[in-house]
Design a protein around this ligand. Structure first.
Ligand code: NCD
Length: 347
């Protein structure tokens, strides 16, 4: 059992200044960790935002340390931003090229992690398609483990960067109190670890979250992840709620998690799946089209964790339009991951 796994009391806790509590701990999921701990990370990330996008500003919190990235599932933004974050804190990054690793010779994820750690690694970033995989690695190694997405379970750093983006945009960056804001999370909810982590974090910070998706992809149990049940509702049509949203977060239709795909005659690519028998109908009810964008409130923002299926869950013109903060999300991702690495691995 990792000495860092349980988020209750810290052996190194000598003062309660928020970020110090994280030292030596794993960052595995939002759910179950008190909101003050997340506020501490968000404040650090906010303070690091300028450094995050300016390589010249440097900083040596992790000088001489090595951070390993173990991505057993595809990633563009998350992996790159964890690597950049570690480098901007002065660490060396070791990217385990899983395609070329012994996992393909039958080695387990845990064995791979133990062996990588034995080479003198100070922190490990893990993404895998199995829910709970990052927690499993954390229970086997001594260094802090960062969950970069485990199956349909959690993606905590994505929720943190989303919360930071929303807070800054609505002038809530001082205390990260999102009370009074309503965030819609729309689309393939059941496949989405981003949705689960966001329901937990945004409701902890006081926002109302409306999850919108077809019944086949929108489990009512999502409400159980909310800090207070009354702050989260699950709906099945977008048009009735779109005018009440301050932020709308569109989710990718994750075809790869829907099981066997069905080929439906006459459907445009990509193909329909058992959960979405008609892509045309899905688009008609759930897509953020230009027309629907016009029905958002003044000042409402458009978000997407990426990668996007342009033309399916979101129109290209909306993704690139004036309400879109999608690239702000990406750049805040570096700041958030710098804060997480510095808080957990730093001295
Ligand atoms: C998400 C993920 O991997 O969970 N993307 C991301 O991290 N930026 C969402 C997705 O894959 O659709």
């Amino acid at each position: 059992m990792s000495p860092h796994a349980v988020a209750t009391s810290s052996p190194a806790r000598t003062r309660d200044d928020g970020a110090a509590w994280w030292r030596g701990r794993d960052l595995l999921g939002i759910h179950g960790t008190p909101v003050e701990r997340w506020r501490a990370i968000l404040s650090m990330a906010r303070a690091m935002s300028a450094r995050a996008v300016d390589p010249g500003m440097g900083g040596g919190e992790l000088a001489g340390r090595a951070i390993a990235t173990l991505f057993f599932e595809d990633s563009t933004r998350t992996k790159t931003s964890f690597a950049l974050a570690a480098q901007r804190l002065g660490a060396t990054v070791v990217d385990l090229a899983v395609a070329a690793s012994s996992v393909n010779k039958g080695e387990t994820i845990v064995d791979t992690a133990i062996n990588v750690e034995a080479m003198g690694i100070s922190g490990m970033v893990v993404r895998a398609r199995h829910s709970g995989a990052a927690g499993l690695v954390a229970s086997a190694v001594r260094c802090p483990v960062f969950n970069a997405g485990d199956g349909r379970h959690e993606h905590p750093t994505q929720a943190l960067l989303d919360a930071l983006t929303i807070a800054e945009r609505f002038g809530r960056g001082d205390g990260f109190d999102l009370t009074g804001l309503t965030v819609g999370i729309v689309g393939d909810l059941s496949s989405s670890r981003v949705c689960r982590s966001n329901v937990a974090l945004l409701t902890m910070l006081g926002a109302r979250v409306v999850c919108v998706g077809p019944a086949s992809l929108a489990p009512a149990a999502l409400r159980t992840l909310a800090a207070r049940a009354e702050l989260c509702e699950v709906r099945h049509e977008l048009d009735g709620v779109i005018g009440s949203l301050d932020a709308i977060m569109m989710l990718r239709v994750q075809f790869e998690r829907h099981g066997e795909e069905q080929k439906v005659a006459g459907e445009p690519a990509p193909r329909a799946t058992p959960a979405i028998p008609s892509l045309r109908e899905y688009r008609a009810i759930y897509s953020l089209t230009r027309e629907r964008e016009g029905r958002l409130k003044d000042g409402a923002i458009v978000m997407h964790p990426g990668p996007m299926n342009r033309g399916l869950e979101i129109d290209a013109e909306v993704a690139d339009g004036p309400r879109s903060v999608i690239l702000t999300q990406v750049s805040r991702g570096v700041a958030v991951r710098m804060a997480c690495l510095a808080a957990c691995v730093g001295v």
